[in-house]
Design a protein. Structure first.
Length: 92
């Protein structure tokens, strides 16, 4: 999660006690290429194609959401272009 979004997502409590603990910070670019364990085993056979890796998308901003986005090439132009650029899929 982007550190600049923490207080927007986790609103401070009345007692001012934080609702979260920052364990470590990384630049997004440092995470690129890392593989992750998907929550569900759908499309697990696509792991060999580069799925379930951290990618860097320039369309992800600091002013909305969490700073982390799930990418699915069939669900939007940005997702599609990033998956093509990353070699996960080939253009049709």
């Amino acid at each position: 999660m982007a550190s600049c979004r923490l207080e927007e997502i986790y609103k401070p409590s009345k007692t001012k006690e934080p609702l979260y603990t920052v364990i470590e910070k990384f630049k997004g670019s440092e995470l690129v290429g890392l593989e992750y364990e998907p929550l569900f085993d759908y499309f697990l056979e696509r792991k060999k194609d580069g799925c379930f890796k951290v990618l860097l998308g320039t369309f992800i901003t600091k002013d909305a959401g969490t700073g982390v986005v799930h990418i699915a090439p069939g669900f939007g132009d940005d997702d599609y272009r990033l998956c093509v650029k990353s070699g996960i899929i080939r253009p049709e």
